[in-house]
Design a protein around this ligand. Structure first.
Ligand code: TMP
Length: 240
C-alpha cells in the first residue's frame, strides 16, 4: 500500500499528497469551505467525510458507464488513492437549469430550464478568480488544445446524461456542476478532482429546496444536514 511522502498541493477543500509510488497520489478531503473565490470562508463539519463518500460513489457509477477516472481506491473516510494526472487548467461547467453566475452575467431568471445542456469553460486559477473563457482563448493561450477540449467536452456531456438520470431517481434535479480532467502518464484523459455538492447545484424536484453548497454560500442553514442527507441517498442508490 503506497504511503504519503509529502504535501504536493493544498487547495481550498482538499490536500494532495505524493506517495512512494510516483504515479499515485492521496487526495484528502477537508471540512474547510470557501465561496465566491475564497471571499467567504468557513467550515462544514464532516464535509470531508461526506464528500469523499459521495464522490467515490459517483466516480464508481461513472466508471461502470465507461468513463475513465483517476480514482483507484478509498483509503479511509477522508482519503482516496488516485492516479497522478497532469491537470487540464480548465474547469468544465455544465448547466441544465439557469443559476449562479449564469444568472448574474446575463440577467437570466434563476430556475429557467435551458433548452439543452450547455458547457461553459472557466480558467482554473484562484488568483484570477476562475474567469469564464472561450474555446479560442483556451487553445490560443495554450490552456488546452482542441483535441483535449473536444474530448473533455464530449465526456462532460456524457457525465451530465448519466448524472441527471441518477439524481432524478433520487427526486433531485441536477442544476449544474463542474468537472476537471487530467492526463495520466500514458496520455489517457481521466476525470479527476471530485463530484460533490461543493461543485454541483442540486435542487429537490418537489419542493425546489437547495441541497448543495449554495446553503453555505447564502447562509441558508442546515448545511451539514443537507450534505449528510445527500451522502446517505447517494451511497444507498449507487450501491458501489
Ligand atoms: P457558477 O454558477 O458559480 O459559475 O458555478 C456553476 C457550477 O459549477 C456550480 O455548481 C459550482 C461549480 N463551480 C465550482 O465548483 N468551482 C468553480 O470554480 C466554478 C467556476 C464553478
Amino acid at each position: 500500500m503506497p504511503t504519503k511522502t509529502a504535501v504536493l498541493s493544498e487547495g481550498k477543500s482538499k490536500i494532495l499528497h505524493t506517495t512512494d509510488d510516483p504515479n499515485l497520489l492521496i487526495q484528502e478531503f477537508k471540512d474547510d469551505a470557501t465561496a465566491f473565490n475564497g471571499v467567504k470562508k468557513g467550515t462544514i463539519v464532516g464535509k470531508g467525510v461526506f464528500n469523499q463518500s459521495i464522490s467515490t460513489s459517483i466516480f464508481r457509477l461513472l466508471e461502470q458507464a465507461g468513463i475513465k477516472t483517476h480514482l483507484v481506491e478509498v483509503l479511509n473516510d477522508r482519503e482516496q488513492l488516485v492516479k497522478r494526472v497532469d491537470i487540464v487548467m480548465v474547469e468544465f461547467v455544465v448547466r441544465n437549469i439557469a443559476a449562479g453566475s449564469l444568472c448574474r452575467r446575463y440577467a437570466t431568471e434563476e430556475g429557467l430550464k435551458l433548452e439543452r445542456p450547455m458547457i461553459e469553460y472557466f480558467v482554473k486559477s484562484d488568483e484570477l478568480g476562475d474567469p469564464l473563457i472561450g474555446r479560442e482563448a483556451i487553445a490560443i493561450l495554450g490552456l488546452a488544445d482542441y483535441e483535449i477540449l473536444d474530448l473533455a467536452s464530449e465526456l462532460t456531456m456524457k457525465v451530465n446524461e448519466i448524472m441527471v438520470a441518477f439524481w432524478k431517481t433520487l427526486g433531485i434535479d441536477l442544476v449544474d456542476f463542474k468537472l476537471e480532467f487530467g492526463r495520466d502518464n500514458e496520455g489517457n484523459l481521466l476525470l479527476a478532482d471530485e463530484i460533490t455538492p461543493d461543485g454541483c447545484r442540486l435542487w429537490d424536484t418537489k419542493t425546489g429546496e437547495k441541497l448543495d453548497k449554495d446553503r453555505f454560500r447564502f447562509d441558508m442553514g442546515g448545511v451539514e444536514e443537507s450534505y449528510a442527507r445527500l451522502q446517505s441517498l447517494v451511497t444507498e442508490a449507487a450501491g458501489v
